[in-house]
Design a protein around this ligand. Structure first.
Ligand SMILES: [Zn+2]
Length: 439
C-alpha cells in the first residue's frame, strides 16, 4: 500500500528537486564533454566512456554522502539508508553505457535523476523507511556492442542472476574482440562470481524498481507533454520470411479477372492489417506494425508479366499480449480469405513471439497519483524500446518507468532533452519513490 504524501511534503520535495538541478546539469555537461566522440558520445560497456561515467557518478554520490557498493559484474549501488533496516530496498536505476556515437541522455538521465532525488531527499530532510538505492547499470546497450549468443541487457541480467554462465564467454565486444567476462575482469570485477552466483539482487531484498528514461519516439512531443507514465514495454510478433504465391503470366493477354496476382493479393493483406490497426487504435489499443521487407523476385519479375510471387516480412509490436494475439489471428484469417478470393497461396511461416512486459499496476497508480499531486497531466504510454525494467519484472521485482520528452529520437547524437522537462520527470520520480519508501 502506498501512503499518500501530504501537500507540505510535496511542496518541500518540489523545491528540493529544483535545488538539485545544478548538480544534475553539471553531471550531464561533464559526461558530454568527457565521453564525446566524433559525433555525439560513446560509452562502450566496460570501455573508457562507461568507466568515466562510473567514476563521475561515484564521486557525486560520495559528495552526497551516499553509501557506494559494487556487485561482481561492476554495477554500482549508491544508497541513502532508510529508518528500517529490515525493509526491502527501493531501486532507482538506469544504464551508463551508450550506443556508438549516441546521445548524452539515453540511460544517463535515469541515473542522474536518481542522484537528484537522493540529493533532494537529504536537503528536504525527508526520512524514509526503506533504503533507497540508485543503481548505475552496465551494458544495457549490449545489442549494439556485443556479438555472439547473448540475451542483451547484460548488466541488469547479471545482477539479477538471469544470465547464463556461457554468455560471459559467448558475448564478444565487436570493437575489442574480447569477451564480456574478460572485460569484467579487466575492470577489476569478478566474472567467476557472476557465473557462480548467488544473484546480487532478488525480490526478497528489493521491493520495487523505478527507471526514468528519455522517450525514444516523438509521442510526448506530439502530445505537448513533458512527462509520460510507461505502462508496458512492447513485445513483438514477427513473420521473418513470408511468401505469397500466385501465377506468373502474360501481362497483356491474361484477363484481369483470372489473374493470380501476388502483388495485388499481398497489398490486399497489407490494407486489411492497416484497417485492423485503425480499429484497434481507435479503441485506444497500443499497436504498431511494418511490412518492412516486400519484394518480387528480380530473377523472374518483369514489367510485362503478372507478378506470380512476393516475399515479405511483418513486424507487429504492442505493449499488450492480447493485441499481439488479435493481430496474429487477423493476419492468418485474412490471408485465408484472400487465398479464396484471389486464387493465391500464402506461406506465412510461424509467427515468432517476444512477449510484452506489462509494468506493475500499483506502481503505475502511484505515478498517476503523483502526477495529480504535482499538477502534471496524467498520460500513460507504452515503451517502444527495450529497457532494464523488463529484466526486473522478469525477476519478480515490481517495476515502473517515467518517460521524459526528448526531441530528434534516441541512439543518435541529436537527442535533445530540456532540463525543465527533466526536472518535472525527476519531481514525479522523487514523489513516487518517497511514497513507496514509506509504504
Ligand atoms: Zn536506454
Amino acid at each position: 500500500m502506498t501512503q499518500p504524501i501530504d501537500a507540505a511534503t510535496t511542496q518541500r520535495l518540489t523545491a528540493a528537486i529544483a535545488a538539485a538541478m545544478p548538480t544534475a546539469q553539471a553531471l550531464f555537461d561533464d559526461l558530454a564533454q568527457n565521453t564525446r566522440d566524433t559525433k555525439g558520445v560513446t560509452r562502450a560497456p566496460y570501455g573508457d566512456g562507461e568507466q568515466y561515467a562510473y567514476r563521475l557518478v561515484q564521486e557525486c554520490a560520495t559528495r552526497l554522502e551516499l553509501q557506494c557498493t559494487w556487485d561482481a559484474a561492476g554495477n554500482l549501488y549508491m544508497t541513502r539508508p532508510g529508518t528500517d533496516s529490515g525493509a526491502r530496498a527501493i531501486l532507482i536505476g538506469s544504464h551508463l553505457d551508450s550506443v556508438p556515437n549516441g546521445g548524452n541522455y539515453d540511460g544517463a538521465a535515469g541515473v542522474i535523476a536518481g542522484l537528484a532525488v537522493l540529493e533532494a531527499f537529504a536537503s528536504a530532510g525527508l526520512r524514509h523507511r526503506a533504503d533507497v538505492t540508485v543503481m548505475a547499470i552496465r551494458s544495457e546497450e549490449a545489442g549494439s556492442w556485443f556479438t555472439g549468443d547473448h540475451g542483451g541487457h547484460l548488466g541488469s541480467r547479471m545482477a539479477l542472476g538471469l544470465i547464463g554462465a556461457s554468455e560471459l564467454d559467448a558475448a564478444v565486444r565487436l570493437d575489442s574482440g574480447k569477451s564480456l567476462g574478460t572485460h569484467i575482469a579487466e575492470c577489476g570485477f569478478d566474472p567467476q562470481r557472476v557465473k557462480d552466483g548467488p544473484a546480487h539482487l532478488s525480490a526478497d531484498r528489493v521491493q520495487s524498481y523505478f527507471e526514468l528514461h528519455i522517450e525514444q519516439g516523438p509521442v510526448l512531443e506530439m502530445k505537448d507533454l513533458a512527462v509520460g507514465v510507461v505502462n508496458s514495454i512492447r513485445g513483438n510478433s514477427r513473420l521473418r520470411d513470408a511468401r505469397c504465391i500466385g501465377a506468373y503470366n502474360h501481362g497483356g493477354a491474361t484477363p484481369q479477372e483470372v489473374r493470380q496476382d501476388a502483388v495485388i493479393a499481398t497489398s490486399d493483406l497489407i490494407m486489411r492489417v492497416q484497417r485492423q490497426w485503425e480499429a484497434l487504435h481507435a479503441a485506444g489499443k497500443d499497436l504498431v506494425f511494418a511490412f518492412g521487407k516486400l519484394s518480387t523476385d528480380p530473377q523472374v519479375h518483369s514489367l510485362s508479366k503478372v507478378p506470380g510471387e512476393t516475399r515479405f516480412s511483418l513486424d507487429i509490436r504492442s505493449g499488450s499480449p492480447q493485441v499481439l494475439a488479435t493481430m496474429r489471428a487477423c493476419v492468418i484469417e485474412q490471408a485465408r480469405l484472400i487465398e479464396a478470393e484471389r486464387k493465391v497461396t500464402f506461406e506465412l511461416g510461424e509467427f515468432s513471439l517476444s512477449e510484452p512486459t506489462v509494468l506493475e499496476q500499483p506502481l503505475i497508480d502511484t505515478l498517476r497519483t503523483g502526477c495529480e499531486a504535482l499538477q502534471l497531466p496524467v498520460f500513460e504510454m507504452a515503451s517502444g524500446g527495450g529497457h532494464d525494467a523488463q529484466e526486473f519484472t522478469r525477476a519478480g521485482i515490481p517495476s515502473a518507468m517515467v518517460f521524459v520528452r526528448n526531441a530528434n529520437g534516441s541512439h543518435v547524437a541529436e537527442e535533445a532533452m530540456e532540463m525543465s522537462d527533466f526536472e518535472l520527470g525527476t519531481r514525479l520520480l522523487g514523489w513516487a519513490v518517497a511514497a513507496q519508501a514509506n509504504a
